[in-house]
Design a protein around this ligand. Structure first.
Ligand code: C2O
Ligand code: CU
Ligand code: CU
Length: 495
């Protein structure tokens, strides 16, 4: 009976961390590491996901997405079995404008039930695409909503119960651009595919026969950018706007370009004014829009450096479970020709942020192992109810000293008010996903979309998708004051 609480606690965390890093405990002794693919090949042109504007009918914009199986040449010379939307791997970039009504149809042609979540979009729970809305192979789902939020780079990915990591890893992910009149900001590139470039970062390990390794791939050794390894973008302009998405299941990136660049937007849209930095941390699910000025004759490389200060992880061994010391070249950017016209000055004023200074409701969330507030996800449990329109303050603590976690809220945006202990510098502005470094508390000023519906929940979770699949998720229901939640549950998930 000598097992102390402390020993037990440590053991439990170790197991969780090993599972988290995608390493089966039984295979720890195997020494042969998967081989990085495509490293010696010549760079290939950066694929630009097609811009999909749907069909506009008055102020109704209609889209049709089909989740399907396919094969893609992620690595040159190798065909890999993949999943994608409207194509073999990843999906088109959806374009929509504030004020429009969206009518979406999603067809499921992959061999497992799935559902699509519009990450970063504020919408009714019937359209949010949480796990309760999963639908079977051969079926379709048609959510609709009205775009009611500022311009932002969002994305979409599946959210099936306990399978989100697998579905995203196989390739079900795409960008979603919300536009409004702020794109007229002077000096800000906005010609999609020319000077306004989506950069979707994913990674994988490949098996001997060139397939996605699903046993041991969450911290993959092969970086995939817009669907391929080792891309090169030939710039034709002196200024680029990169809309970077960390679409990884688990891997964090600290991005740099070898020259200073400007952050103009975070997950939920523009900052008040551009912020010049040398690098930026992007945890899984986060987006950042950066603007970089190019000089003819000077090529640049978008790189992923090791995480500064290991993001608070205690030692190299722990850091390596999360790939926190890994370094990669992600994207070569070839400089424009000498005669590329000079860029006009980038406006110092982007948008007004209007972050409220106080809130009436405060909540606390502790992240520990695969639990939030001591619980794992239960589709039949309502963790709390939001019965008002207006800001809240959420204190989110990562209680683990040896695990990375981050935190995402559906149908919401938040500003970081305060960070205790973490040495991470957060960008001002509105986010929907944020790093919560080991042993730190991040205090958020949260605005939740007010679409009362007692029958369906919104999720909050660690966006390391395998942590989410292991249960690191909870759910809240938005109701009218005094209304009780009354969850409609899919088959097999009754109370
Ligand atoms: Cu992108 Cu529930 O997440
Ligand atoms: Cu989300
Ligand atoms: Cu986590």
């Amino acid at each position: 009976m000598a097992v102390s609480r402390r020993t037990f606690f440590k053991g439990a965390v170790f197991i969780a961390a090993a599972a988290a890093a995608g390493t089966a405990l039984t295979s720890c002794s195997e020494s042969d590491q998967p081989t990085p693919r495509g490293a010696d090949a010549e760079p290939r042109p950066l694929p630009i996901p097609p811009l999909y504007e749907g069909t506009l009918d008055g102020d109704v914009r209609r889209f049709e997405l089909t989740a399907q199986e396919g094969e893609a040449e992620i690595v040159p010379g190798t065909m890999t079995k993949t999943w994608g939307f409207n194509g073999p791997f990843l999906g088109p970039t959806l374009y929509m404008r504030r004020g429009e009504k969206i009518e979406m149809t999603v067809n499921n042609e992959v061999p497992e039930p799935t559902v699509v979540h519009w990450h970063g979009v504020h919408l009714p729970a019937t359209a949010d695409g949480g796990p309760a809305l999963m639908f079977d192979t051969g079926e379709s789902w048609s959510p609709s909503w009205t775009v009611d939020q500022p311009a932002a780079t969002c994305w979409y990915h599946p959210h099936p119960h306990e399978k989100s990591a697998y579905h995203a890893y196989r390739g079900l992910a795409g960008g979603l651009i919300i536009d409004d009149d702020t794109t007229a900001i002077s000096g800000l590139p906005n010609d999609y595919g020319v000077d306004d470039i989506p950069v979707i970062l994913t990674n994988a390990n490949f098996t001997e026969d060139g397939q996605l390794d699903e046993e041991n791939g969450w911290v993959g050794d092969t970086m995939i950018i817009n669907g391929i390894t080792k891309p090169r973008f030939e710039a034709t302009t002196r200024r680029l706007r990169l809309r970077v998405l960390n679409g990884n299941v688990l891997r964090f990136h600290h991005l740099s370009l070898g020259v200073p660049f400007k952050i103009v937007a975070t997950d939920q849209g523009f900052l008040e004014s551009p912020v010049e930095v040398d690098g930026v941390l992007l945890s899984p699910g986060e987006r950042v829009e950066i603007v970089v000025d190019l000089e003819p004759g000077k090529d640049l490389t978008l790189r992923s450096d090791g995480l500064p200060n290991l993001d608070g992880l205690p030692d190299k061994e722990t850091a390596d479970m999360f790939g926190a010391r890994d370094e990669f070249d992600l994207l070569e950017i070839a400089a424009p020709a000498d005669d590329a016209p000079a860029s006009p000055a980038l406006s110092e004023e982007l948008v007004a942020l209007d972050v409220p200074s106080s809130a009436s409701v405060e909540r606390e969330f502790t992240l520990n192992g695969m639990e939030i507030n001591g619980k794992t996800m239960d589709m039949a449990r309502v963790d709390f109810v939001v019965d008002h329109d207006g800001p809240e303050i959420w204190h989110v603590t990562n209680e683990n000293d040896d695990m990375l976690h981050n935190f995402h809220i559906h149908n919401a945006r938040f500003a970081v008010k305060e960070v205790e202990n973490g040495e991470v510098e957060f960008t001002s502005g509105w986010h929907d996903t944020i790093d919560v470094p080991p042993k730190s508390t991040v205090t958020l000023l949260v605005e939740i979309g007010y679409y009362p519906d007692p029958t369906l929940a919104y999720m909050y979770h660690c966006h390391m998708l395998n942590h989410e699949d292991h249960g690191m998720m909870g759910q809240f229901v938005v109701v009218e004051p005094g209304q009780e939640p009354d969850l409609a549950l899919p088959n097999g998930h009754e109370h």
